[in-house]
Write a protein that binds this ligand. Sequence first.
Ligand SMILES: Nc1nc2c(ncn2[C@@H]2O[C@H](COP(=O)(O)OP(=O)(O)OP(=O)(O)O)[C@@H](O)[C@H]2O)c(=O)[nH]1
Ligand SMILES: [Mg+2]
Length: 324
Amino acid sequence: MSGNRQKKTICGLVALVGPPNTGKSTLLNRLLGQKITIVSPKPQTTRNRVLGIFNEPDCQIIFLDTPGLHQARNQLNREMVKTARNAMAEVDVVAYMIDVTVPTTAGSSGQRAEAARLLQNVGLPTLLLCNKIDRIEKEKLLPIIAVWQEVYPFKAIIPISATRGEGLDILLKQLRHLLPQGPKLFPEDIPTDASERFISSEIIREKIMMFTKDELPYATAVIIDHFRENPVQNLTTIHATILVEKDSQKGIIIGNRGAMLQKIGQAARHTIAAMLGVKVLLKLWVKVQKNWTGNPRTLRELGIREGDSRQLSVVSNQKLHPDN
Ligand SMILES: Nc1nc2c(ncn2[C@@H]2O[C@H](COP(=O)(O)OP(=O)(O)OP(=O)(O)O)[C@@H](O)[C@H]2O)c(=O)[nH]1
Ligand SMILES: [Mg+2]
């Protein structure tokens, strides 16, 4: 009678890694059917490890969205790349994503050699995800697959479209095959370990990335100063500070008579309200903090500098000591 309850479940961790802008975060949101990690058309959008938990009755897959792998020039970028590399040390399977529309990620031999070195070092079962197949003809895909086949003994090479959801059934099937059996590590109704506070700060940053250009998206960070829920009024009040590095950048973020700040605020409020399912009162400030991108303390405060993987360590420990 209780046979079903004893049924073995699959549970494991998967790192989504690859060059910037390939669609890692888009894939995670699509798999979970909700927005938990931010997306933008500009590279280097994701700065932190973001955990997304996919649940089916017999299977829990814990995805780690990571910052794009790139040549880091400053401390912020070095920490981002470190975060992506460290994520690979904590998982059972790596999903390495390329963008088939970009010659440098899909075609350059230098990029492929770098990927080969990285994946060999990590030495985990790895899937290659060829993303954005909605943007190229089928004939163009085959040569890309052929050259990438030489890079690493991938367990499978899977053409996908993260935006359209194509190929995701094959991806999930492969992951079920590669991940270990074990009890679920998270309750089934929790899609992420990220707090609403963190996701709100990310959504504000997403709008900044969307509406600003040149170096500005990369010189900006968001700190939540105040986050208060009022269930009686169904209202959440959020105060946030946008950090920039120079006075000139502050001027651009504020805009003509505050127009840009208003635009960012309105768009962010709308998205945060949809996510939280409440009314949102959002107040934004802009502050110049010279060279915050090189300041270890600020990077730690933003959760970008390592030391931020406490929750995952707990998961890993549980995995190591399932009897605890
Ligand atoms: N056409 C098409 N566009 C896609 C697809 N997947 C992602 N994109 C777009 O690619 C851009 C980058 O997507 P992200 O999900 O932010 O990429 P990422 O790999 O997380 O980027 P970083 O966080 O910078 O490393 C966005 O404009 C997405 O809408 C896809 O399957 N097809
Ligand atoms: Mg991303």
